[in-house]
Design a protein around this ligand. Sequence first.
Ligand code: TXA
Ligand code: MG
Length: 361
Amino acid sequence: MIQTITWHIETATTKQDEASLSSQLQEAAALLRSGGTVAFPTETVYGLGADATNTDAVQKIFAAKGRPSDNPLIVHIADKKQLTSFVHPYSDLAERLMDAFWPGPLTIVLPVREGALSPLVTAGLSTVGVRMPDNNTALSLIDLSGRPIAAPSANRSGRPSPTLAAHVAEDLAGRIDGIVDGGAAGVGLESTVVELVELAGREGIRILRPGGVTLEALREAVPGTPIDSAASAVMNDEAPRSPGMKYTHYAPKGQMILVQGDAQAVIAYINEQAAAAKERGESTGVLSFEERASAYRADLVLSCGSELELNEGAHLLYDALRRFDAANIECIWAEACSEQGIGVALMNRMVKAAGNTVVQV
Ligand code: TXA
Ligand code: MG
């Protein structure tokens, strides 16, 4: 039986409210301590948490998600002090990144202490990805549980990551022990995953998965540090070191095609293709930016906000993909966006959702 705990810190206006909310969060933390699985909000997407030191608990995450066992989990902490129990001493660069971005959407891959975490968390690797989420509900829950919390995105494997508690329920109701509903996740795309490697003879940063922390922000935080951002290149993340990158991700049920090119040519191409699909009796959808949304003719046209404000697009993408599914859309065309700032992560997820089908017009 799924237990839904509604925890909106912002809405706790009276002392009584606060007390009842706090007791609910205590309940969720107790579930985690006793080996249960609890979904909770973070600033990126909802995570499905379990005690990272308890193999039976972590096993439940893989079972609930239908996740391949060779794909390691990110461990979430509420306080840097938790790190010493499960990672080896780390470099100054790692420390500087933590100070600059935690709490926040940056996952840092660090050497793990043998035996400190369930081996399922690391999928047999000698490293572990760690982050401190920038969300008070998540931080309180982790803190109350007193454990490092392993948490992948709280979706069934291959589905878009959940940005609302309702998305979690849609995918995992009956498969997990609880959901903490903290409203909409802010960023809307997952964290940036980095590892620290030797680049050009010195310690540098390799981006394994682009995400909430942009390349520009990394450059600004640690000026002069070499950064390998090859995994950010949209067409080039077939052979990354992050095991999760090899799996199909974020796929809507319909077939999605990403269309890149001059605005007028993109509109003409998509409308022509959508008309042809309609002729064949297929349902059609377009994922566009606000600037051109009214130009499309399809069964369902969704706007990801302005193309000049891609944070909004990041925030809306996964919900849009789920809406196409809910409407049983069979053919989806999506407008590409600029690969600047958060646009790198947004394009990365759209290319994945499209199963790498990108048309240049
Ligand atoms: O924003 C996020 O990161 C969300 C929230 C819930 O924190 N979590 C998330 O987890 O996206 P997940 O499991 O969906 O993605 C984790 C990614 C995978 O691509 C995995 O392969 C990679 O991180 N990863 C985890 N541990 C790693 C390690 N030791 N070395 C390399 N990559 C690792
Ligand atoms: Mg995921």
